[in-house]
Design a protein around this ligand. Sequence first.
Ligand code: SD4
Length: 355
Amino acid sequence: MSMDRRKFLNLSSLGISSFTITGFIPKTVQDITGSSNVISNTVVNPVVVSTWDAGLAANLAAWKIIGIGGRALDAVENGVKVTEDEINCCVGLSGNPDRDGHVTLDASIMDHEFNCGSVAFLERIKHPISVARRVMEKTPHVMLVGEGAQQFALSEGFTLEPDTLSKDAKSSYENWLKKSEYKPVINIERKKATSQLDPSSMAPHKLINGDWNHDTIGMIALDSFGNLSGSCTTSGAGFKMRGRVGDSPVIGAGLYVDNEIGAVVATGQGEDVIRVAGASAVVEQMRQGKSPAEACKFVVERIRRIKKEKAKDIQVCFIALNKKGEAGAYALHKGFNYAVHNKEGNKLFESSSLD
Ligand code: SD4
């Protein structure tokens, strides 16, 4: 760990934010995560944004932290853990397996000081996002993969879960084996038309395959100190080749945070997000003065240009949050939802798209 980062961690554990707004002197409390946090007069209105309908439930957990003055980093970790715990097709250990029948997980996290950590091709660990955070905070590296990532998780006290499939994943896999054809489905995440859903109807037990199905959960947040953080976690593309890694754990592709500008997370076909360094490209567009939605649109259009005809068969979506707390999103195709929680409440929005 570098001296600077050690210094920052020590300061954080004392509850002293490295980012303070002139004249603002924070005091410390224990927040619900048990870690020391800063709470005081709100100087910036906090906001949390996440992907898909599942983002509503995840936002509620994140809001319990940033809504009372906690740090965006804690919020984005704890928010997406809700989705990792749910039974769903595409996040956490209940997700669809690779073509050899094993669930492999990708996750990344990034804070307001360019600290970042990720894991890829991680098996049998329940909360990859928390392992990614440990990579960020406890190792000199940014990314650990496969067996090494699992060994690290175990050394950090994470439990090795059984190598089994959830009931839904097992039946999807058996179905898939009949044809053994790799063919990602656009918007598998959203089987029902939804808009402005009541968050109380989004209880985790309702998030099941064929109902409130969804994909990768990505979350970006701005806390009351004006600091941004982001997280992203997924079981990736169902029935992928063994060893395949998507964009979600690739910093700059699936996730990027520049605290001077904004935070961005991606969902959709990871290969096409990686080839344009998607999240980083959106941040650069915001740096040029575009709004979050315009910046997302610019990069989605670039992907459509690159993919030509093939663009009709893939989905890619970005969500972005700028330093002022303005959120926006853009998708290649219709059907992408995102959830925004601010002091006015937790709401689901349908993203604009190129079609
Ligand atoms: C991946 N981007 O592994 C993830 C999957 C996803 O909607 O978000 N699909 O490529």
